[in-house]
Design a protein around this ligand. Structure first.
Ligand SMILES: Cc1cc2nc3c(=O)[nH]c(=O)nc-3n(C[C@H](O)[C@H](O)[C@H](O)COP(=O)(O)OP(=O)(O)OC[C@H]3O[C@@H](n4cnc5c(N)ncnc54)[C@H](O)[C@@H]3O)c2cc1C
Length: 396
């Protein structure tokens, strides 16, 4: 690795990338160079949805906001390689993450697959326009890893469900307008999974109470919600009644792919390099050696990610690949955070943002915030259980 290579950092160009793909990569890179405002690059703080809206408006106008959605639903209908290129180039340019991640990556694809025409017409355009914020209401105080044990009920009357219960650990729970919720519609079902359904809940409905949860890194991105006789029209049911386990699980694979995306590792790796240059850690050959080892691991991981996605696209993939990606990526990020603290030296304990030549880095915020990644979207132990059972065939 070259000592000063960070500014000219290039994502690995895979051999499989065709001339057209390379031209597309150049096009995306140039466009970002010319359009992403300098004040939005490599930000150490999260922007509010209002602050970020003009930027994603531009991305939408360019046609790149929902690369993985089909054209018929207003997306780009991009090939897999194009999707990877976009994610990599946006990460490389230090572009801020959109607040619409849940909506774009989880809710949208599920509505496209399972939604009625009315649901698609009503919900998809505002998602594309980043006009609404969605959250995912699966977990409950006594149902996380064992999700099927959830207790929030939605009892169907003549033309509406009446919802009672509680959800917890909801990302963007206080800011969200709508919740994509997994609820129990048949408490008497012989098999727990058989009594669940997915419904869309307007969080401004009477009977909804929300409370923010303060987390280790100091932000209140998570929340808990209480439902007290909340009325939800029957047309907000997604898929068939009592078939929610299948609908909900179709999201979990996608969610793990998105948690396991190598761009998250690249982003910490870049922060490590920026900070190491500032503090002088980069002059230490032993540190550079450790950094190089991580860079090799992340590069190999990115190649595996691409391979896993290709298998999934070709529908020859075992779904467990998503668990391997999620597990490796979230654990590697924590190892990279350790390296970041080491690179920071005296700044390592600083709660302030460390300013480098190429943007600020919130070292403690990252270090503490990334602890949660090995829990959200299914804990590391659950991922290991899936791998041991479905990949290694070990007895359970
Ligand atoms: C940052 C973050 C964001 C989140 N966002 C959302 C969200 O938007 N929507 C949502 O619905 N939920 C969300 N969650 C909740 C998340 O899905 C759950 O925290 C997770 O599934 C674990 O469930 P739990 O917290 O109830 O822990 P538990 O299931 O009670 O687990 C406690 C511990 O026991 C271990 N354990 C449990 N069962 C087993 C087993 N069978 N074998 C071995 N070990 C086991 C777990 O690994 C864990 O270490 C989020 C969580 C975090 C941290």
């Amino acid at each position: 690795m070259h000592h000063g290579a960070s500014a000219a950092y290039n994502f690995l160009m895979f051999e499989g990338e065709s001339e057209t793909d390379r031209a597309f990569r150049e096009e995306v890179r140039d466009w970002l160079e010319n359009n992403l405002p300098a004040g939005m690059r490599n930000l150490a703080v999260k922007l509010t949805p209002e602050e970020i809206a003009p930027w994603y408006g531009q991305v939408l106008e360019r046609g790149w906001h929902a690369p993985h959605w089909p054209k018929s639903a207003g997306g780009m209908g991009a090939t897999l390689t194009q999707q990877i290129i976009l994610a990599e180039e946006f990460a490389r340019a230090g572009a801020p993450e959109t607040h619409a991640t849940h909506a774009l990556n989880l809710v949208g694809p599920v509505l496209i697959e399972f939604g009625t025409e009315e649901q698609k017409a009503k919900f998809l355009p505002p998602i594309l326009a980043s006009e609404v914020i969605w959250c995912q209401g699966y977990s409950e105080p006594n149902a996380g890893s064992d999700l099927a044990s959830l207790k929030t009920t939605a009892i169907l009357g003549f033309d509406e469900f009446v919802v009672n219960g509680q959800k917890i650990w909801t990302t963007m729970g206080t800011q969200a307008d709508w919740m994509f919720a997994l609820v129990c519609t048949d408490p008497g079902a012989a098999k727990k999974q058989g009594g669940l359904s997915v419904i869309l809940i307007d969080l401004t409905s009477p009977g909804v109470t929300r409370r923010p949860i303060k987390v280790l890194s100091g932000d209140d991105e998570l929340a808990e919600e209480f439902f007290d006789d909340v009325r939800v029209p029957v047309e907000n049911l997604v898929g068939e009644l009592h078939d929610g386990w299948r609908v909900a699980n179709s999201i979990l694979g996608t969610e793990r792919f998105s948690h396991g995306h190598p761009r998250h590792c690249y982003s910490v790796l870049e922060a490590v390099k920026r900070v190491a240059k500032k503090t002088g850690a980069m002059d230490d050959p032993a540190f550079r050696d450790r950094l190089a080892a991580h860079e090799i691991n992340v590069t190999a991981f990115a190649a595996f990610f691409r391979h896993a996605l290709e298998l999934t696209e070709a529908e020859i993939s075992p779904g467990w690949a998503a668990s391997i990606l999620k597990l490796y990526c979230t654990e590697e990020i924590q190892r990279l955070d350790d390296l970041l603290v080491e690179a920071a030296g005296g700044y390592g304990l600083d709660k302030e943002i460390v300013v480098t030549d190429e943007g600020g880095v919130d070292i403690m915020g990252r270090f503490l915030g990334d602890r949660r990644n090995t829990i959200g979207g299914g804990s590391r132990e659950i991922q290991r259980n899936i791998i041991s059972k479905r990949v290694l065939g070990l007895p359970t």
